[in-house]
Design a protein around this ligand. Structure first.
Ligand code: FE2
Ligand code: FE2
Length: 370
């Protein structure tokens, strides 16, 4: 697909490419037993449901500034100051820039995470010991190439600006790709990074309900991602619950805790504060502690927690870490096998309702006086 890169993705200070070394084992499966029927079913589904990025209507005009300006005119700036309680209240212009940058930052990280999924899943094709998992991973690789394509096109042709990969996400991707153990690739990518992406996509789709192009893109991508997360659960369930020694499992617990901390770090929005000239330390501290931002970050784990539980990884050590981060409230949610796509997060729906009510109050005087 040919498209105009009006606004290329900024290259990180470290340079335009990044090499991560690890020595992995390439595994051939001469049995071709194809005995994991649930993975074969997923493979059939993946083939049947694949789509083409060219099918998207790229002629839909995108003017995020106009859209945000309209929201500000509708009183959103005042309401957001009330809900987010920033260190200093933002005027309309500042709030608009803040919202524009958060949107560009999150979408940019979606793109970089998709590239991570592309390379990690290509490795799974090579290293997973079962042929049926190689089949499905190959199908997922094609999905991920499309995801990189659509987010890249949206950011460079349509949106206007973007961000490089945030250091905490890069660290996590490096950690996943630097580890030679195939199950860690699954745990890091399919369970943690893609589990979070599924929740983040769902939130962005709700927040950008008035932008039809991104709605279409995210809906298509989410359909694929729900299968990818299910793939991770199906691949690891038996291994972790029945086959792995407690010593090896302990290393997976450490990995989960570290990955969770990095994923939370990614959502602190520090690069946005730097970009806007907001005091990064003051604003990052706000982001770390204010109830709105804490709630936003916790939402992102709504699917990861039930999936870890299904894998037998919600062990006392992981529970203790999650208790401190207030993430255990999601443990009774449905995992990705029971329910593929996450419903819109209840907390966010409630927040948007509050937002609408507050907006109605904020705009009431002008209505009353007319
Ligand atoms: Fe993806
Ligand atoms: Fe994916």
């Amino acid at each position: 697909m040919d498209y105009t890169q009006n606004n290329p993705i900024p290259v990180p200070l470290e340079g335009p490419s990044w090499e991560v070394s690890s020595t992995i084992q390439t595994v051939f499966d001469w049995r071709y037993a194809l005995e994991r029927k649930n993975i074969m079913n997923l493979y059939e589904k993946g083939k049947a449901l694949s789509w083409n990025a060219s099918d998207i209507d790229w002629s839909i005009p995108v003017d995020i500034e106009a859209l945000m300006a309209q929201r500000i005119r509708n009183g959103h700036g005042q309401v957001l100051n009330g809900v987010m309680k920033p260190p200093t209240p933002l005027n309309d212009k500042e709030m608009m820039q803040f919202q524009l940058n958060i949107n560009a930052f999150l979408l940019s990280q979606f793109l970089h995470g998709e590239q991570g999924a592309l390379v990690a899943t290509a490795r799974i094709v090579q290293s997973v010991p079962w042929e049926e998992a190689k089949f499905y991973a190959a199908n997922q690789v094609a999905d991920e190439a499309r995801h990189v394509e659509v987010y890249h096109r949206y950011l460079t042709e349509k949106l206007g600006f973007s961000y490089p990969c945030v250091p905490s996400l890069a660290t996590l991707l490096g950690r996943i790709m630097g580890d030679p153990r195939w199950d860690i690739t699954f745990l890091g990518m399919q369970i943690m990074v893609e589990g979070l992406a599924l929740a983040a996509f769902s939130v962005t789709r709700m927040q950008m309900a008035d932008e039809p192009l991104i709605q279409d893109i995210i809906t298509r991508v989410m359909g694929d991602e729900s299968r990818h997360v299910a793939f991770g659960v199906l691949a690891l369930e038996r291994l972790y619950r029945e086959e792995m020694s407690s010593t090896d499992l302990r290393e997976r617990e450490d990995f989960v805790i570290e990955a969770t901390e990095l994923l939370r770090e990614r959502l602190l929005l520090t690069p946005v504060f730097e970009q806007l000239g907001f005091e990064p330390e003051v604003w990052t501290e706000w982001s770390r502690n204010t109830p709105f931002m804490r709630g936003f970050r916790q939402l992102m784990f709504a699917k990861i927690v039930p999936n870890l539980k299904r894998l037998g990884l919600l062990t006392p050590r992981v529970r203790a870490a999650y208790e401190k981060m207030d993430l255990l409230k999601y443990e009774h949610g449905k995992d990705s096998i029971e329910e593929a796509e996450p419903p819109p997060p209840t907390e966010l729906v409630e927040l948007l309702m509050q937002f609408m009510q507050a907006q109605a109050v904020a705009t009431a005087p002008s209505t009353a006086s007319s």
